[in-house]
Design a binder for this molecule. Structure first.
Ligand code: GDP
Length: 431
């Protein structure tokens, strides 16, 4: 994963060193991102769709006040990468019944047997009574491998090297372990057969007969986007809901493997990060991407965005309740700015309010309000003298100017109230 991390950090620093973030610079950022993802073996189609979405969002979404273009782009990049690698939710394998039977499938060499032991260890540490069943009757070493791993983890094991029939072995294993009061039974299955068809037949029959509560597909990160084909083949045999991507440590193609399974219906629950029993990590796309982007201040930035979203909701509430805020004034002024000289507009509207462009100094006010936080725009009453000084500093005016603006806002509130009263008396809407 290190190489993906390095190249994504390159993308971030390219964003940071951009000046205008116009379409040319954004294209450069996107191209760098594409290179990074392709190098990690992310499927070309996915790379293209993620780049398109980032570009589209960046140019179409409104830039929220108080955020720079760079911050907006970083946030979109983060969100789209999270999406690419599995989305917001962090699914987990919940032991919801007893015994909870989990069947592990995957091609030979993917790391399946090792992963079964890792998962056993993980749940054992969480306090569950876990047991494992070696139902791979095909690979000669499988029985012994799982037996010794189970011993290492310290969980009950069931297997029978003489048994050729995987189904009856698995059923017996489940019976024996559940009689022992085991709460979670992990069943390792074959990953190879004389051909793929025979393998799929076997897992299908196992699925039908054992009736597992969950099926986990184990894939090998070093296979990159090629795991998509495996996932499809297994999905045809039985609906699996969970994936574990093993060998994420040191694989340059981990991103490709993760994105390949993330685009399926199944969810990645763990990643394998080494050969040892403990080398298993819960997979959380948000944390994972944050780590990949390697930005110490990313969390703070995301927090600011979610704070902004919260205030947007508050704003919607303010609008719904008819509260007039500074933000309204700001938007009105910005709208007016686009329409032309004020005197003209006032004339057109037949307004009785005394307006003279010089007095109102629209640009200055917009500038002042640009230095306010969303909280202040929505709740101007919180602007005390220290906030006033800060805002004045930020917009290069004197605190008196800020004060004047606040007075004007209070006047506007009065006028608006009058207007809405006269509207109720029958003035046309949209006045
Ligand atoms: P199976 O054939 O699918 O059951 O695969 P195994 O469990 O036997 O694993 C195949 C090889 O991959 C073994 O050498 C494991 O030690 C190794 N392996 C499994 N998981 C990981 C992992 O997360 N990281 C690394 N580096 N190696 C792993």
């Amino acid at each position: 994963m290190e190489s993906l991390k390095e190249s994504l950090m390159g993308v971030v620093s390219r964003i940071r060193s951009s000046v205008l973030l116009d379409s040319r610079e954004v294209d450069l950022v996107i191209r760098e991102l594409q290179r990074a993802l392709l190098k990690a073996d992310v499927d070309v189609g996915l790379v293209l769709s993620v780049s398109e979405r980032i570009k589209k969002r960046f140019f179409e979404e409104e830039q929220p006040p108080g955020f720079s273009k760079k911050e907006v782009l970083v946030k979109i990049l983060y969100e789209e990468l999270v999406n690419l690698l599995g989305g917001e939710e962090t699914p987990e394998l919940k032991v919801s019944s007893t015994p909870f039977k989990v069947m592990f499938v995957g091609l030979e060499g993917s790391g399946k047997t090792t992963t079964v032991a890792k998962v056993a260890n993980y749940y054992k540490r969480k306090g569950y009574r876990v047991g494992v069943v070696a139902a791979d009757t095909y690979r000669p070493g499988a029985y012994e491998q799982l037996r010794s791993l189970a011993e290492k983890v310290g969980v009950p094991f069931y297997g029978d090297p003489q048994e050729r029939d995987a189904v009856s072995l698995a059923l017996r294993g489940v019976k024996v372990l559940s009689d022992k009061g085991i709460q979670m039974i992990l069943i390792d299955t074959a990953g190879r057969h004389k051909d793929e068809e025979a393998l799929m037949e076997e897992v299908k029959t196992l699925y039908r007969e054992v009736k597992p509560d969950a099926v986990v597909l184990v894939v090998d990160a070093t296979q990159g986007s090629a795991v998509a084909r495996q996932a499809r083949a297994f999905q045809e045999a039985m609906p699996f809901g969970y994936v574990i991507v093993a060998k994420m440590d040191g694989s340059a193609k981990g991103g490709g493997a993760l994105s390949a399974v993330a685009s399926s219906k199944a969810r990645v629950i763990f990643i394998g990060t080494g050969e040892k029993i403990e080398d298993l990590e819960e997979f959380n796309p948000k944390k994972f991407v944050a780590r990949l982007l390697g930005m110490p201040d990313l969390e703070a930035l995301l927090q600011r965005f979610s704070e902004f979203a919260r205030l947007e909701k508050e704003r919607a509430r303010a609008i719904a309740s008819g509260k007039i805020t500074l933000l309204d004034l700001k938007e009105q002024l910005e709208g007016l700015r686009k329409m032309g000289p004020l005197s003209k507009i006032a004339e057109m509207m037949g307004l009785q309010v005394k307006v003279s462009e010089e007095d109102l100094n629209i640009d200055k006010w917009i500038n002042i309000m640009n230095s306010m936080t969303m909280e202040e725009l929505l709740n101007p009453e919180i602007i005390d003298s220290s906030r006033m000084r800060r805002i004045a500093r930020g917009s290069g005016v004197s605190p008196r100017d800020v004060k004047q603006l606040l007075e004007a806002y209070r006047n506007m509130k009065k006028v608006m109230r009058q207007l809405s009263r006269s509207r109720m008396r029958g003035l046309p809407r949209g006045f």
